[in-house]
Design a binder for this molecule. Structure first.
Ligand SMILES: Nc1ncnc2c1ncn2[C@@H]1O[C@H](COP(=O)(O)OP(=O)(O)OP(=O)(O)O)[C@@H](O)[C@H]1O
Ligand code: SF4
Ligand SMILES: [Mg+2]
Length: 413
């Protein structure tokens, strides 16, 4: 729960100096409990497939995202998981207006923002910011950290008038656990984890309400991933952020998410609370994904069921009829070829009281326990996230030129 204050109007000026990041005390109408801050309905992105050099004609379409529905509530984290190529990044890009949807609606506080342009779009864009996957390529190597983090203020000068920008950027560096004195350094002087902290600071610069984080830790060393996840966790609580956290790492998603949506070939096939999805999955695809999660306990590992999926993921230019998972599903029947399963609570669980009562796009949904409980999930080489100090030193990161160790707050002279 939080007040929306200056973030929602696209003008009106942010607070000055170190109060830049504080949501507490901001004015505006507070959100009512339970209202989704974001409603995504039937969201689709189809890229045309063309043939011919001079006279291009469309011969088909890559249905990268093909009808995605979900809600995001204020202050919650929605994890989105799925194999490579299932459309996660395309959803993220549409949410932050880097791609225009082919169809569907993105309702931010009730208003469909997917078709906005000009000033109206600019005002809304400020409230939904993105943290990118690769901190090595997403930061301009020729810009100082101060210029990178402060760049959004060029487009939204009302958030930080020129005289206050340096202080605001230094506040942001401090918030993400970096030394504010290094504002004039360049990205190559930082380690991967530190660069991702810079990317996160840039994402926070406009005081957004929603952060869309697209695989924010998958390019980092396993030893650093947990620190960045803990940072995101802390920032969410501190600034009442709503998060969409995209990853293919199911253990990390479980740690950070309140709810989880599982994507397959452009659609969400199952969505529910983290306990519903991890402990009571009803969709065969979710069950197969979970059965592949590493388990540290040898006894639990020996007793868990491993589901091996056969065949490749079909091309998004040639999606199977009926259930799009049917070509790899061990339970597929004739009905699966003929009828598209809707994402809804399956009829068999509609009147039950069990955690299996959540949305699942399967004609023959049934509960299956494939993984041990939460504490037993593990990613090789990583300590449990709770054990990792944060914010902290990711370890000195030599620059790309192999010169100075990357500066962290803790290393400040
Ligand atoms: N501009 C484009 N033109 C044509 N096809 C595209 C374009 N962008 C993405 N695609 C296709 O859309 C599908 C979804 O891509 P997307 O990047 O959203 O997947 P992803 O789930 O983020 O994958 P990964 O886990 O590898 O990042 C892929 O098949 C991809 O090749
Ligand atoms: S609808 Fe049929 S093919 Fe699709 S997941 Fe369910 S059982 Fe498998
Ligand atoms: Mg991606």
């Amino acid at each position: 729960m939080h007040a929306d204050g200056d973030r929602n109007e696209g003008s009106g000026g942010g607070a000055a100096g170190s109060t830049l990041l504080s949501k507490a005390g901001e004015g505006g109408k507070p959100y009512a409990d339970g209202d989704p801050i974001l409603e995504v309905r039937g969201l689709a992105k189809h890229y045309p497939l063309t043939q011919g050099i001079l006279f291009k004609r469309q011969i088909g379409a890559v249905r990268a995202v093909d009808g995605v529905d979900f809600d995001l509530h204020a202050g919650e984290t929605l994890g989105i998981v799925g194999e490579s190529g299932c459309g996660k990044s395309t959803v993220a890009k549409m949410l932050v207006h880097l791609e225009r949807p082919t169809a569907g609606a993105i309702r931010y506080k009730g208003e469909d923002v997917s078709r906005l342009s000009g000033r109206a779009l600019k005002a809304v864009r400020r409230n939904i910011q993105m943290v990118f996957q690769d901190p090595y390529t997403s930061l301009n190597p020729r810009m100082t950290v101060g210029d990178i983090i402060g760049e959004p203020y060029e487009i939204h000068p009302e958030v930080a008038p020129k005289g206050s920008r340096r202080q605001k950027v230094q506040d942001l560096l401090d918030v993400v656990g970096l030394n504010p004195e290094y504002i004039n350094r360049y990205p190559h002087q930082f380690s991967g984890g530190q660069r991702q902290r810079i990317g996160i600071a840039r994402g926070l610069a406009l005081n957004p309400e929603i952060i869309v984080a697209d695989e924010p830790v998958s390019a980092l060393d396993v030893s650093v991933q947990a620190q960045v996840v803990n940072l995101l966790d802390r920032l969410q609580a501190e600034f009442s952020l709503s998060f969409i956290f995209i990853a293919h790492d199911l253990s990390i998603v479980r740690h950070i998410s309140d709810r989880v949506g599982v994507m397959y070939l452009g659609r969400i096939v199952e969505i529910g609370t983290d306990a519903e999805i991890y402990d009571h999955p009803t969709h065969p695809y979710t069950q197969a994904l979970l059965s592949a999660v590493p388990v540290p306990d040898p006894e639990a590992r020996a007793h868990r069921e491993r589901i091996i999926l056969h065949g490749d993921v079909p091309s998004p230019a040639n999606i199977p009829s009926g259930c799009r998972f049917r070509t790899r599903c061990w339970k597929a029947q004739e009905r699966c070829e003929l009828e598209v399963p809707l994402l809804a609570v399956p009829a068999e669980f509609r009147f039950s009281d069990t955690p299996a009562r959540h949305d699942s796009a399967c004609h023959f949904a049934e509960e299956k326990h494939v993984v041990p409980q939460e504490g037993e999930l593990e990613i090789p080489g990583r300590r449990p996230v709770e054990d990792v100090p944060e914010p902290g030193d990711d370890g000195p990161g030599p620059g790309d030129d192999g010169s100075q160790p990357g500066p962290t707050k803790d290393e400040a002279p």
